[in-house]
Write a protein that binds this ligand. Structure first.
Ligand code: FE2
Length: 229
């Protein structure tokens, strides 16, 4: 079964440290009010976004590189396109009230936490699931990817400062049923130790008996038939 959200490690410690270097400056020229790129009631949220284009590009390169080798993220989203990364800073008194992300953003929303959870109070990402709030606050480098469409909010920051990276993923699979099928099948494949053995055999007879090879064929057929390619 495909969960509504997944907590994953997205960045190694050295990645987080490098990104933190770019975020040290609190100078106004590097940051802009989050409302500047927002259409809606100004009381909806209070945060800042990284504006410095050079820093944004450096951070984008680091996160893109990390995502390319993240098997669990790929299995969950089967990404066709990743939207531009947003780096947001929420200071004391900052928040983001309950909202739905814009449909055109994509199929999956991701928040990667950058700040030490002990360095700030509040600032939890709260997902509204089955009538209850799932409050999420993770160590630096860890994040949560969830189905876009789940109502969510960021609770008020009571002390310290909360930095996160946010982005949306457009999936090759638009249909949730197919997406779940892929997730479950790919889970068997990822957990199989047989996959690497395939290449050591040159004869068809051995290979055709291996479940991992059969599964690989099914996955590729699923992609050919249903992926938005
Ligand atoms: Fe959101």
């Amino acid at each position: 079964m495909k969960p509504d959200f997944l907590k994953l490690k997205f960045l190694e410690d050295q990645n987080v440290q490098e990104i933190s270097k770019y975020l040290q400056s609190n100078h106004d020229s590097n940051w802009q009010d989050g409302l500047l790129t927002f259409v809606g009631d100004p009381n909806t949220k209070k945060n800042k976004q990284l504006r410095n284009q050079i820093f944004k590009q450096k951070i984008s390169d680091i996160v893109t590189q990390s995502l390319s080798s993240n098997k669990e993220y790929s299995r969950y989203t089967y990404p066709k396109h990743i939207q531009d990364f947003l780096v947001t800073r929420t200071d004391i008194g900052g928040y983001y009230n309950p909202h739905n992300d814009i449909g055109l953003n994509g199929h999956y929303s991701t928040t990667i936490f950058l700040s030490d959870p002990n360095s700030y109070e509040g600032g939890e990402l709260c997902l509204y699931l089955n009538g209850e709030e799932e409050k999420i606050k993770l160590d630096p480098g860890y994040g949560v990817v969830y189905k876009t469409g789940i109502p969510h909010r960021v609770s008020k920051v009571l002390s310290g400062q909360r930095d996160v990276i946010i982005f949306w993923t457009i999936s090759y699979f638009k249909d949730p049923f197919i997406s779940e099928l892929y997730y479950d099948l790919a889970g068997i494949s990822f957990n199989s130790d047989d996959l690497n053995i395939i290449t050591t055999h040159s004869d068809f007879e051995t290979i055709m008996q291996q479940n991992s090879f059969k599964l690989n064929g099914i996955l590729n057929n699923l992609i050919r038939r249903y992926a938005d390619i």
